[in-house]
Design a protein around this ligand. Structure first.
Ligand code: CDM
Ligand code: ATP
Length: 299
């Protein structure tokens, strides 16, 4: 799988008249599924953090009101820029809310694997909302922006701010939460190259409520936190168990868990050096996994 560092794209210059946003990868440090709701969604309790690594979205004004999206980057070829792309959906939803607006020429550099539990599509949609409210000079009340975000997907509201937060409901109840020691902590992301459907993984959940999430500190998050979708994801993609085992075997890994509905798993380390050694060992395994070294983004 292709490997690109965050710095490679962040450093690219932006042309005059062009705005840029990073669509930071979302990581569920813990994800407790508390039940299935009458509307078909699941009630969640999850500690979200974001990585410094992300997709890159640029945009410039188009006078004719059209939205055009071009894709590039290592995972760009897996998606097209048509009406189903969450960036285009976000742009159209914002235009509809504003009752008309200029258009935009957008370019998405897809660094994050698709359908991988790190919310790439959700982060892209949120980045599009951030970018276009700036490009179109249309400041929005946070509640209005969050309503549009939720209409695009459960993870999108949390991706707007991209800060550490406790997320409840189907994803719309947000509470900023700083966990001491987490900021800038090295985090290694590993995806085995199997796309998992979020709906399918929720459908495989065993419907057992294993209790609430408390994450007052890192130790509690490590000892009491869970990802209740891990077993379901492993049933759909047994390789997830191999990824968790490989990360667990790396010296210095403090917390090893799957993110979201998978298949990406992560390991937290105390030092960059431990993370670099783990990444080197995993890449030397020649199994074609996507291995990305990054850090937890500050609030
Ligand atoms: C698993 C998580 O990534 C954890 O952060 C999210 O809950 C998923 O968020 P998302 O990808 O934005 O999901 P959506 O696009 O809203 O929903 C996709 C599908 O996932 C299932 N889904 C999603 C969120 C939720 N709280 N309960 C669900 O059951 C539903 O079947 C839904 O049709
Ligand atoms: N810009 C986009 N980037 C990624 N996926 C997109 C995009 N637009 C539409 N999609 C579609 O959205 C689906 C979910 O993609 P995404 O990468 O957000 O999933 P995920 O990482 O599993 O999310 P989550 O962590 O929320 O479960 C994919 O099947 C993909 O086809």
């Amino acid at each position: 799988m292709p490997h690109v560092e965050a710095e490679d794209v962040a450093a690219r210059p932006v042309d005059a008249g062009e705005l840029v946003e990073t669509a930071f990868a979302k990581i569920n440090l813990a994800l407790h599924v508390r039940g299935k709701r009458a509307d078909g969604y699941h009630a969640l309790e999850s500690l979200f953090v974001f990585a410094e690594l992300g997709d890159r979205l640029t945009g410039r004004i188009r006078a004719d009101g059209e939205i055009r999206l071009e894709m590039d980057g290592p995972f760009g070829p897996l998606l097209d820029g048509g009406p189903d792309n969450l960036v285009v959906k976000a742009a159209r939803a914002l235009q509809a809310h504003l009752g008309g607006s200029p258009g935009a020429d957008l370019r998405l550099t897809k660094i994050l694997p698709v359908a991988s539990g790190i919310g790439g599509g959700s982060a892209d949609a949120a980045a599009a909302l951030r970018l276009l409210t700036r490009l179109w000079n249309a400041p929005m009340a946070p509640q209005a922006l969050e309503r549009i975000a939720l209409s695009l997907g459960s993870d999108v509201p949390a991706c707007i701010g991209s800060i550490p937060q406790m997320v409840r409901g189907r994803g719309e109840l947000l509470q900023p939460q700083a966990v001491e020691g987490l900021t800038a902590m090295p985090i290694l992301l590993v995806n085995p190259g199997v796309a998992l459907s979020t709906a399918e993984v929720f459908g495989l959940w065993d419907r057992l409520d294993r209790g609430p999430l408390a994450a007052e500190g890192l130790e509690q998050l490590i000892s009491e936190g869970r990802n209740d979708l891990e077993q379901a994801a492993m049933a759909a993609a047994p390789v997830v168990a191999d990824v968790l085992a490989a990360l667990g075997a790396c010296a210095g890994s403090r917390l090893v868990r799957m993110s979201g509905s998978g298949a990406t798993c992560f390991a937290l380390f105390d030092t960059d050096r431990q993370m670099a050694e783990a990444a080197a060992a995993l890449r030397a395994g020649w199994n074609g996994w996507w291995v990305a070294e990054t850090r937890i983004r500050a609030a």
